[in-house]
Design a protein. Structure first.
Length: 288
């Protein structure tokens, strides 16, 4: 890991690292906020929240726009913000040059279809590689991790949390793509990354929150999900009602709140961030 930058922030440090990922077969950047108690001679090993950003974003969107560092400093919680996809000249992207797939849109899964399989392994990067790299160099407790995200990142948080319950103490999402198999963004990405044959489409269920719940995946604790009712993508792309029904029918506790007047932007994310940080802090026993 190479340190690219470090800035003092609410008595902690906001850092940006560059690392060579074996899973992604590319260089990737990751943001790390270390709270004050994780710094200095008497530094403590601290729990961390991994935040997954959405379409077109990088590792810096939440760092610069969410305002999460203030509350994270208060709670003694590290923040980890990976990029949203592999990148580089040799990494394929959307053949049509659109923004909803490819660079900035990795969908937090492991691709099965060429030419995407070499690089698009965001699931394995997060679960099998990133945490061990960070904990080897930084005072981060990999046994106390929470997972959250926005939009495509909210999809990633819910899916990884259901697929890998042993890795994460708590899960939340803001404006998640809850049922990607049933929305245009998800169907396009899954067709590229996983294939579009009937057999391939059956595999889509392993990367779809609603389908995972229907197939018996669940967590004992409640999933926290916030969605804005003024979100232009609400019904076609996000489909929170599908999530509510699947959770109710399959025994998954769900704290789904629909907020009047809020849209899909980081203004909404920033408005919800303290609520989500406190949700994860309670799971980590940082607060009651």
């Amino acid at each position: 890991m190479k340190l690219l930058s470090s800035h003092r922030c609410f008595q902690g440090e906001q850092r940006r690292y560059c690392l060579k990922s074996k899973q992604l077969n590319s260089i990737t950047n990751v943001g790390v906020y270390l709270p004050p108690n994780a710094l200095g001679i008497d530094r403590q090993v601290v729990p961390a929240l991994i935040w997954l950003s959405g379409l077109t974003c990088t590792d810096e969107n939440a760092v610069l726009k969410s305002g999460a560092q203030r509350k994270a400093s208060e709670l003694g919680l590290a923040l980890i913000t990976p990029d949203t996809s592999p990148r580089g000249d040799d990494v394929p992207t959307d053949p049509d040059g659109h923004w909803d797939f490819g660079h900035g849109a990795g969908y937090y899964l492991d691709a099965l279809r060429e030419p995407w399989t070499t690089h698009y392994r965001m699931n394995s990067f997060l679960v099998d590689e990133l945490f061990s790299l960070l904990s080897a160099e930084l005072p981060i407790d990999v046994l106390r991790l929470g997972l959250s995200g926005h939009s495509m990142g909210g999809h990633g948080a819910l899916v990884l949390g259901l697929r890998q319950p042993e890795c994460f103490l708590s899960i939340s999402a803001v404006s998640p793509i809850a049922h990607p198999s049933a929305c245009p963004w998800g169907r396009k990405a899954f067709s590229f990354l996983l294939g579009d044959t009937p057999a391939a489409q059956a595999h889509w269920r392993q990367w779809d929150t609603v389908a995972l719940l229907e197939d018996g995946h669940r967590r004992s604790e409640s999933l926290l999900v916030d969605v804005g009712l003024a979100d232009p993508y609400l019904e076609e792309q996000l489909r929170p009602e599908d999530l509510r029904i699947a959770a109710a029918e399959n025994g998954q506790p769900l704290d789904l709140v629909l907020h009047d007047g809020y849209d899909h932007s980081y203004f909404f994310v920033a408005s919800m961030m303290d609520r989500h940080l406190e949700h994860h802090a309670r799971a980590m026993k940082l607060i009651v």
